[in-house]
Design a protein around this ligand. Structure first.
Ligand code: BGC
Length: 964
C-alpha cells in the first residue's frame, strides 16, 4: 500500500504508538537464571552470567533488544531505583550468556534484577518479575567462622576385617534474635557430611553437604536461605556431622585394600570438622553473625549411631532429644575445639601408587568454593507396588523400578524394637534379596523405635542406596504398603526431555535411561549408585555427556565436576580414571586410560557446544593444554600407544580393538576438539597447533590401520566406528568403512559387538553414512546384545551389561561383583534418538541456530528387522520428541500413515531452524502450517528455513507411476 520513504516512517510511528498504547509486545521474558541456576545464593563471579527464556504469543517472534536493570534491594527496585545497573536498551538477540556489567557487588550482597525485551516489531514487553541472586560472602575476611571439631578425637580404626562406623557428631549453639529479620543466610562447609537444623527442624532439604571435593585442598560451602526457620528471642543452630566422603567408606577402597591400613575409609582425614556462619540481616540495616568457634558444644550420643554413604545408617530413636532447640540443657556437652588443635595422626596409606605415610589430621582446605551445582534433594516420591514374605517375618517391598535414594519408614513400634532395612536391585530365583553385586557396600539401615504411641517416621539422612527392593525385618506383624515410601534423590538438574514412539519397548528404554541418569547424577556423575564404587569414572561421563544434555539441564552440574577433574589432574598432566581421585587404581604410577582421560577435553567441548558458554573453555583451558602436552609427550611420533590402564573398548562382546588404535583415535579427536575450542575463543596459534596435531595423528592412523582397499585392517566394529566418527580415513573413504562396518554387523547375525566406546557412536555413524536402516534394525532388535534386550528381560534402568539378568538364565555367566543394574554408559543411545531419529540438533553453539534433520525409517528399507531378532517390534511409524533447549522448547514429531509422512515442529522464539526433510525433492512436500521457506529449490533433499512457531509439513511417499 505504502511505498517509498514514507513506509519506514509510518512503521516507526506505529511502533511508538504501539509501545505507548499496547500493554506489551508479543514476547515476554521468563525463567530468569543467574550462573545457570534459578537460586544462586553465593555467586563468586563479579560478572555473573544472566539468562532468560522467552514466551511468544505469536509465531515468528525474535528478540530485537533487551534491557536489564539491577537494584541492591527489593525496596529500591519497587521504587524504580535500580542503583547497581541499568543496561539501557541493548540491540541484541542474546538471551543467554549476558554478563552482569553494573557496579561492583559487595560480598554477601543481595541483588535484584529484571529484564524486558523488544519483539520483532520493536515493541517492548512488560518488565519480568524480579529475580534474585546473592554474591558470595567473604568468609575468611569476616573471620568469625572457625573450623571446629569434637574435642575428643576418635580412635584410628586399623582392622580391615571389621567395619568401623562411628556415630554422627552433633554441634549446637544458641543465640538471641532481638530485631525484625529481613533475611538470614547460613553458609556451611564441612569436612564430612553436614545436616543443619534450626530450632528443632531441618534447616535445608539438601543432602550431602557441602559436596565431594579433594578436601585437603578445596572444600565447597553452601549458602542456604534459612529466614523462615528463625524466630524472635532465643534460637538454636544445630549441625549433625557424619563422615561422608571425607572420612567414611568410599568406592572400592575396602574391597581392594586402599587407604590408611587398607581399610577403605579416612581417605582424606580422620576427624570430621565443620565451618558455619549464619548471617542475619535485620530490617533496621544491622547484621548479626553466628559462627562456629569454641563456644559451640558437641556430643556424640544422639540418635545417629552409624552414618555411612556405602554402609547405611543406624538410628536409635530412643536417643532423640530436642537438642537443637533453645530450651535444651547442654551443660553436660563438651566444648568444641578449633579443628587445628586436634592432635594429628599418621598412617600408612595403600593404593596402586604404592605405600606411603599420610597425615590424617586436620588440614585447612586452601580454598573454600561456593557449590556451583544444583543440590542433591528428593525429586520424586514412589510408593511400593507389592510385598512378599520370602521367609517368615521377613518382608520384601518392591518399588517396581530401580532408583537411587532412600526410604521413609512410618511405623508404630515398641520401644527398643529393631527394624532392619536391606536394599537390593534384584531378587534371587527363590524370591530372596540379591545383594552380591553390592560387593562391600553393606547398604543396610537400622531403626530402633522410640515406642511413640502415635507412631514414628524416619528417613536416613547420611546414606543412599541404588535399589528396587527393600527387605524389612523386625516387624511384629505383616506390614501394609504404606510402611515405606521411596525417596528418589538426585542433583536436581531440571528435566528437559520427552520422547515417545510407536514401539513400547523403546518407550520403556527411554524411561530407563532417564531413570538411570537420575540415579547417577548425585553430586558427581557416578558409574553406578549401588555397589562399593559410585566413582566419577571419566570414560562413562564422556560417552554419556551429550545424551545427558538432552535429558536435563546439566551445565552447572558438570561445571562442579570439571572443578573436581581439574583438581584430580596428575602432575604429569594426565587426567586420571575418575574424579575426585582419593586413591589410585590400576596400572601403578600410570593411573589414566585412553578414551577415559579424554573426558577432560570432550566434556568441556560438549558443554560449550550445547550451552554456548565459552567461559567453560577459558576455565578449563590451562588444564586441557597441560593434558594435551602430556598426550603429545606420550606419542612424539603421533602414533597411538598402549600405556596406563587397559580398559580399551570396555565390555565389548569378544571383539576387542587394539588399545593403540583407541589411543590414536582419541588423541586425534581430542586434538580436533581443542582446535575448535581454540578457534571459538580466539586462540589462533593454539588452533593451528591442534589442527596440525590432528592431521599428523590422522595420517599415522591411516598409515597404520587403513589398508590399500580403504578398509580398517582386521577391524573390530568399534575400530570402524571410531574411524568414521572421528574422521580418521582418507578423504572420501567413509563409505568403504561404513560398508565394512555393515558387513561386520551382518556377519555377526545383525548384532553389535561394541563395548563402551564403540556403542556410543555405532548408530550415529550408520545413520550418517547412509545406513540408517541398519541403525534402526539394531535399535529395535530384541536379541542379545541390544538396547531392547534388557528391557524385554524386565529392566527398569540401564544395566552395566546387556545380559545382567535374563529370564532364561538369571544372572547367568556374570560375576555378581561386576553386575550393576544402574549404569548409564549404554544409555548414550539417547543422543542418537534425539539428534538423528527425532532430528533435534544444534547448527550453532548454544542452539543459536537449530538444525532439524528428522530421520524416519526409509520407506523401503534395504534391511529390515526380522521376526527372530525382534519378535515383538512394531514398525516405527511415529516419533514425538521434545527438548527444552538453552533457547526454549524444540519439538520434532513425525508420523507415517500409508503413503504419507507428516512432520510437526515447534521452533522456540528468537531462533531460526534449518530443516532438512527426508524426501526425494520438494515437489513431494506440502507445507500444511507455518510457512516453511524452501531455501534451495530443485536441489535434492528439500531444505527449509523455519521461523519461530509451529510448522506442519507433509511428504507424499506414493510411488510414482512409471508410465507417467
Ligand atoms: C566402572 C566402569 C568404568 C570401568 C573402567 C568399572 O568398575 O563401573 O563403568 O568405566 O570400571 O573400566
Amino acid at each position: 500500500m505504502f511505498a517509498g520513504p514514507i513506509k519506514p516512517l509510518l512503521l516507526a510511528l506505529m511502533t511508538v504508538l504501539c509501545a505507548r498504547h499496547s500493554q506489551a509486545g508479543n514476547l515476554a521474558p521468563s525463567k530468569l537464571r543467574c550462573e545457570h541456576l534459578e537460586t544462586a545464593l553465593a555467586v563468586e563471579s563479579p560478572h555473573p552470567i544472566l539468562a532468560w527464556g522467552l514466551v511468544a504469543n505469536t509465531s515468528g517472534q525474535f528478540q530485537t533488544a533487551y534491557q536489564i536493570r539491577v537494584a541492591s534491594s527489593r525496596d529500591k527496585a519497587a521504587h524504580d531505583r535500580f542503583d547497581l545497573w541499568d543496561s539501557g536498551k541493548v540491540s541484541d538477540s542474546r538471551i543467554t550468556q549476558v554478563a552482569y556489567a553494573g557496579k561492583p557487588v559487595k560480598p554477601s550482597q543481595s541483588v535484584f534484577w529484571q529484564v524486558r525485551v523488544w519483539d520483532s516489531a520493536n515493541v517492548p514487553s512488560e518488565w519480568s518479575p524480579l529475580a534474585h541472586w546473592k554474591s558470595a560472602p567473604n568468609l575468611s575476611a569476616n573471620g568469625d567462622a572457625q573450623w571446629i571439631s569434637a574435642s575428643v578425637p576418635r580412635p584410628l580404626h586399623q582392622d580391615r576385617q571389621t567395619l568401623h562406623l562411628p556415630p554422627a557428631l552433633q554441634f549446637r549453639k544458641t543465640f538471641e534474635i532481638a530485631n525484625t529479620i529481613r533475611r538470614a543466610t547460613l553458609y556451611l562447609s564441612a569436612l564430612g557430611d553436614a545436616a543443619p537444623s534450626l530450632n528443632g527442624k531441618p534447616a535445608s532439604e539438601q543432602y550431602f553437604l557441602p559436596g565431594w571435593s579433594d578436601y585437603r585442598h578445596r572444600a565447597y560451602y553452601r549458602a542456604l536461605d534459612v529466614t523462615p526457620h528463625l524466630q524472635p528471642g532465643p534460637n538454636t543452630l544445630g549441625i549433625t556431622l557424619a563422615d561422608g566422603w571425607y572420612s567414611g567408606y568410599v568406592g572400592y577402597g575396602l574391597l581392594l585394600g586402599y587407604g590408611p591400613y587398607k581399610g577403605g575409609r579416612y581417605l582424606y582425614g580422620k576427624d570430621p570438622a565443620v565451618l558455619a556462619q549464619l548471617v542475619v540481616e535485620f530490617e533496621n540495616g544491622n547484621r548479626k553473625t553466628v559462627a562456629t568457634d569454641s563456644t559451640w558444644r558437641w556430643n556424640d550420643e544422639g540418635p545417629v549411631r552409624e552414618a555411612d554413604l556405602l554402609m547405611g545408617e543406624h538410628f536409635d530413636a530412643r536417643n532423640a532429644r530436642a537438642w537443637d532447640t533453645p530450651s535444651f540443657d547442654d551443660s553436660t556437652w563438651k566444648k568444641a575445639v578449633p579443628a587445628g588443635t586436634v592432635p594429628s595422626v599418621t598412617a600408612p596409606f595403600h593404593d596402586t601408587t604404592g605405600q606411603r605415610t599420610v597425615d590424617l589430621g586436620f588440614k585447612k582446605p586452601d580454598t573454600l568454593q561456593s557449590y556451583p551445582s544444583p543440590p542433591v534433594r528428593v525429586v520424586e516420591t514412589l510408593q511400593p507396588k507389592h510385598i512378599t514374605e520370602p521367609s517368615k517375618g521377613v518382608y520384601l517391598f518392591d518399588f517396581g523400578t530401580n532408583f537411587a535414594g532412600n526410604v521413609q519408614l512410618k511405623v508404630r513400634g515398641d520401644r527398643g524394637q529393631k527394624i532392619v532395612l536391606r536394599y537390593g536391585e534384584t531378587l534371587h530365583a527363590d524370591g530372596s534379596l540379591m545383594t552380591e553385586n553390592l560387593r562391600k557396600a553393606r547398604a543396610t539401615d537400622t531403626y530402633i523405635c522410640s515406642g511413640a504411641p502415635e507412631g514414628e517416621t524416619w528417613t536416613p539422612r547420611f546414606t543412599y542406596h541404588g535399589f528396587q527392593f527393600v527387605e524389612v525385618s523386625g516387624l511384629r506383624s505383616k506390614p501394609s504398603l504404606d510402611l515405606l515410601s521411596g525417596l528418589v534423590l538426585q542433583s536436581d538438574t531440571p528435566i528437559t526431555a520427552a520422547f515417545e514412539c510407536s514401539d513400547p519397548v523403546i518407550n520403556q528404554l527411554f524411561r530407563n535411561i532417564q531413570r538411570t541418569q537420575r540415579s547417577n547424577f548425585i553430586d558427581i556423575p557416578t558409574d553406578c549408585p549401588q555397589r562399593d564404587e559410585r566413582l566419577g569414572w571419566l570414560g562413562d561421563a564422556q560417552i554419556y555427556i551429550r545424551s545427558a544434555t538432552y535429558h536435563a539441564e546439566v551445565f552447572a552440574f558438570f561445571t562442579k565436576w570439571l572443578s573436581d577433574l581439574r583438581e584430580a589432574q596428575r602432575s604429569t598432566g594426565a587426567y586420571p580414571d575418575y574424579a575426585p581421585y582419593p586413591m589410585a587404581h590400576g596400572e601403578s604410577g600410570k593411573p589414566f586410560s585412553s578414551g577415559w582421560m579424554d573426558a577432560g577435553v570432550i566434556c568441556p567441548h560438549t558443554l560449550w557446544k550445547v550451552y554456548g558458554n565459552t567461559d567453560v573453555i577459558d576455565r578449563q583451558w590451562p588444564s586441557m593444554k597441560r593434558f594435551m602436552e602430556f598426550r603429545e609427550s606420550l606419542s612424539p611420533d603421533f602414533k597411538g600407544v598402549s600405556v596406563g590402564n587397559p580398559w580399551g573398548d570396555w565390555l565389548n562382546q569378544q571383539d576387542a580393538t587394539p588399545i593403540e588404535w583407541i589411543d590414536a583415535a582419541y588423541f586425534a579427536h581430542s586434538a580436533q576438539l581443542m582446535a575448535e575450542m581454540a578457534e571459538a575463543t580466539g586462540r589462533t596459534d593454539d588452533a593451528a597447533h591442534y589442527r596440525g596435531v590432528f592431521e599428523k595423528v590422522r595420517t599415522e592412523f591411516i598409515r597404520a590401520v587403513i589398508g590399500r582397499d580403504g578398509t580398517v585392517s582386521g577391524a573390530s566394529q568399534t575400530a570402524c566406528v571410531l574411524a568414521l566418527d572421528f574422521g580418521l580415513h582418507p578423504k572420501g573413504g567413509a563409505s568403504v568403512i561404513a560398508d565394512q562396518l555393515v558387513k561386520l554387523i551382518e556377519k555377526n547375525d545383525f548384532r553389535m559387538s561394541t563395548g563402551f566406546l564403540g556403542t556410543r557412536s555405532l548408530l550415529p555413524v550408520l545413520s550418517k553414512n547412509g545406513r540408517h536402516d541398519i541403525a534402526l534394525r539394531l535399535f529395535q532388535s530384541r536379541q542379545f546384545p541390544s538396547w531392547c534386550y534388557p528391557v524385554v528381560n524386565g529392566a527398569t534402568s540401564v544395566w552395566e551389561r546387556w545380559d545382567s539378568f535374563t529370564k532364561q538364565a538369571g544372572f547367568g555367566r556374570h560375576n555378581a561383583s561386576m553386575n550393576s543394574f544402574s549404569h548409564y554408559a549404554f544409555g548414550a543411545v539417547s543422543e542418537w534418538m534425539f539428534r538423528d531419529l527425532a532430528g533435534i540438533d544444534l547448527a550453532e553453539p548454544g542452539f543459536k541456530k537449530i538444525r532439524l534433520v528428522p530421520a524416519p525409517p526409509p520407506k523401503q528399507p534395504t534391511s529390515e528387522v526380522t521376526a527372530t531378532e525382534s519378535p515383538s517390534a512394531p514398525p516405527l511409524n511415529f516419533v514425538k520428541a521434545s527438548y527444552d533447549s538453552p533457547v526454549g522448547i524444540i519439538v520434532s514429531e513425525w508420523k507415517r500413515e500409508m503413503d504419507t509422512l507428516t512432520f510437526r515442529f515447534v521452533v522456540p522464539p528468537n531462533v531460526d531452524a534449518d530443516l532438512l526433510l527426508p524426501a526425494s525433492d520438494s515437489n513431494h512436500v506440502t507445507v500444511v502450517k507455518g510457512g516453511a521457506a524452501l531455501l534451495k529449490p530443485n536441489e535434492g533433499t528439500p531444505h527449509y528455513r523455519l521461523v519461530p512457531g509451529e510448522h506442519v509439513l507433509r511428504v507424499d511417499e506414493k510411488p510414482t507411476d512409471p508410465k507417467q
